[in-house]
Design a protein around this ligand. Structure first.
Ligand code: HEC
Length: 282
């Protein structure tokens, strides 16, 4: 398993060279026809292993660390006093315990909602500024995603352990469970249609049963993740908002409470899973 690594930019860049070659090979593979899919799954597993030694997300992670420590915004302060749930400035292990209830905000927040909150309250950014580039596009890396990647990595090796003590936390788990199993929208679709049974497969991807602890752990322990098919890191908000789109549900505003409820439900199911973050996915 990959351990948390405090590499130099140079070392990371060197590892990247190997990763890029592997990525090119993987890109070729993902174009293989349906008949070759079983073989491709093995190959993808192999490439994952190779890439595990040089996940391109590490460069984004380093940028996140720098963003965290750099004074920014109208108030020109860093995020170093941001409280991610374990106390001001305590980042190690925080991601493993998110989402959670924050008394100062009076609500349950995930890592992204909390970072946006700190950018507003500590750095003086407006909500619009803090959320403007909430996901990365080709050629335009998001600051927020970099921050999430770094924060996530500081929980590498820790067990997912989301608190369900405050009534609002319990409420969000319930709401997430409800949303997960609810079918709606023009195609009467829902999360459980694709992720609520064993042995479902779409394109090259085996879809785990996320309503069971084993499947939820397998999925949740490797986020945020570098997505080879997208060439950048995706956060859990991005993943779930895109899945809602796949379910033909109305588009969510970022950060979405419905998504946070789903995260709360899934993290709860995944309790005990050891984080290996950032992960690497198709
Ligand atoms: C139409 C089928 C479909 C629906 C409906 C759907 N998803 Fe997904 N989901 C996928 C696919 C396909 C992937 C894998 C993405 C890929 O590799 O392209 C995925 C990936 C995920 C992952 C990451 C799994 C991992 O192993 O990392 C999570 C978590 C997830 N979905 C949750 C949800 C939730 C919650 C909902 C309901 C809002 C939902 N999905 C609705 C198809 C769906």
């Amino acid at each position: 398993m990959r351990k948390q690594r405090r590499g130099t930019p140079h070392a990371a860049a060197k590892r990247m060279a190997g990763s890029l070659a592997a990525l090119a090979a993987l890109a070729t593979l993902t174009g293989t026809p349906a008949l070759a899919q079983d073989k491709s799954m093995d190959e993808i597993a192999k490439y994952r292993e190779m890439l595990a030694d040089g996940n391109p997300a590490e460069l984004i992670e380093m940028r996140g660390e720098e963003l965290w420590k750099t004074p920014r915004g109208p108030k020109n302060v860093s995020l170093e006093q941001c409280d991610l749930g374990l106390g001001p400035g305590k980042v190690e292990g925080a991601y493993a315990q998110l989402p959670r209830y924050f008394a100062d905000a009076g609500k349950v927040m995930d890592v992204e909602a909390r970072l946006v909150y700190c950018m507003q309250t500590q750095q003086g950014f407006s909500f619009a500024e803090a959320t403007k580039n909430w996901y990365s596009k080709p050629g335009k890396e998001s600051d927020l995603v970099a921050l999430v990647t770094w924060v996530g990595a500081q929980s590498n090796g820790q067990k997912i352990n989301v608190p369900v003590k405050h009534p609002k936390e319990a409420e969000m788990v319930k709401m997430g469970e409800y949303i997960f199993h609810r079918r709606s929208g023009p195609q009467d679709f829902g999360c459980s249609v694709c992720h609520g049974q064993d042995g479902v497969r779409i394109r090259l991807q085996d879809l785990d049963n996320l309503s069971q602890s084993k499947g939820a752990q397998k999925a949740m322990r490797t986020w945020p993740a570098y997505r080879v098919s997208q060439g950048t890191v995706w956060t859990m908000q991005r993943r779930l908002i895109d899945c809602m789109r796949q379910a033909r549900w109305p588009e969510q505003k970022f950060p979405s409470d419905a998504v946070i409820a789903l995260e709360m439900y899934l993290q709860n199911k995944a309790a005990g899973g050891v984080l290996e973050s950032p992960g690497i996915k198709r």
